[in-house]
Ligand binder design. Sequence first.
Ligand code: ADP
Ligand code: MG
Length: 257
Amino acid sequence: MVAALEIRNLHVSVEDKPILRGVNLTIKQGEVHALMGPNGSGKSTLAHALMGHPAYHVTAGQVIFDGEDLLEMEADERSRAGLFLAFQYPVSIPGVTLANFLRQTINARMKAKDPESKGISIPQYTRLLKSKMDYLGMDHSFAGRYLNEGFSGGEKKRAEILQMATLEPKLAILDETDSGLDIDALRIVAEGVNRLSGPNLGALVITHYQRILNYIKPEFVHVMFEGQIVEHGGPELALHLEEQGYDWIREKYSAAE
Ligand code: ADP
Ligand code: MG
């Protein structure tokens, strides 16, 4: 059965300030979606709420993933259920290489399934990691880097894509970098998603960048504005945004005050 993420009338507050005001969105395994919208519209808030970040309070609505209530799950349960959310790993762990970190993630998952599991063997892991890196066109030396230490925005994204490749999620949600301006990072995410997407992977790529079609070809495009998804469409919607920017969205949907 195809897994789906169903977000229904989701309301999220941060520090008692309502940010998301009724988000509806369904993403199925095998589909590539783009979530676009001007800075500050609530895109990252959606990603944070879905990963269960404690600062983001769900005040109403439902999220169903693969038939289960996502909001009832701990962050690691969400990941084991097959949902990949970026930035699930700490910002920087001194002395831990990316390769070690990814192996620990795989082992933690195997142990959660079977407490007796000894985890993945080193030769097996080395083969897995190398094959994923080759598939993604990554230099093997990258896995020897210390986790996030001095990683550029683009390298953080590359690490994230490699983590996604090794975890083989059913559905991945990838937010742009905090700067929101790092086109290199979007390019890396897009190439990774293009490479990994297929019938077994669904993806939601979040960006404010209007020329997204130069990098990724989403079947579905959604535009968030002031905490709601105000437009749903296909690639033509992204093309329209590339030509017109977000001004028409502001004019059409700004609350008249
Ligand atoms: P986007 O990702 O679309 O640029 P965000 O979700 O980051 O938008 O932000 C939406 C709104 O929520 C902004 O007004 C922002 O200031 C506010 N916000 C988001 N996260 C926090 C936070 N941790 N603390 C306070 N305000 C926040
Ligand atoms: Mg953001």
